[in-house]
Design a protein around this ligand. Structure first.
Ligand code: DQA
Length: 142
């Protein structure tokens, strides 16, 4: 069985409750179920969320041994974290960056992503369907 790490960063534990006009009504549990549901045969999802940058980095390090690919929504760390970029650069498989909202239509500070310097694919503005597209892609290439 191949494992795909599905990593969500800060505030995404509040999905469904937090600014639903931007992020929708679905919860993080819905995201995990959607991701598992679109996995090809022989793939499984490990879904992890943290509000802490170091924890996300530790999980990216774990993924070096355990995962064939990473789907990551780094939340606001997208726009700030060179440390998460460095951790992803130490991972050899495909990395898909997902944003629920269309970050380029929003405030200018959301237009830059450190993670995009490493990501093999970037999806923004598809709502939680973006996670499904990212998982499908990893199943094709990893
Ligand atoms: C987000 C966009 C980020 O700018 C924001 O800080 C988030 C969520 C998204 O999924 O649209 O927390 O990554």
């Amino acid at each position: 069985m191949k494992t795909i790490y599905l990593l969500n960063g800060p505030n995404l534990n509040l999905l469904g409750k937090r600014e639903p006009e931007i992020y929708g009504a679905e919860t993080l549990e819905d995201v995990a179920a959607l991701a598992q549901g679109v996995c090809a045969d022989g793939y499984e999802i490990v879904s992890l969320q943290s509000n802490h940058e170091g924890q996300l980095i530790d999980w990216i390090h774990d993924a070096r041994e355990r995962a064939c690919g990473i789907v990551i929504n780094p939340g606001a760390y997208t726009h700030t974290s060179i440390a998460i970029l460095d951790a992803l650069n130490a991972f050899e498989g495909p990395v898909m960056e997902v944003h629920i909202s269309q970050v380029h239509k929003r405030e200018p500070f959301r237009h830059h992503s450190y993670v995009s310097k490493r990501a093999d694919g970037v999806i923004a503005g598809l709502g939680i369907e973006g996670y499904a597209a990212a998982v499908r892609r990893i199943c094709q290439i990893a």
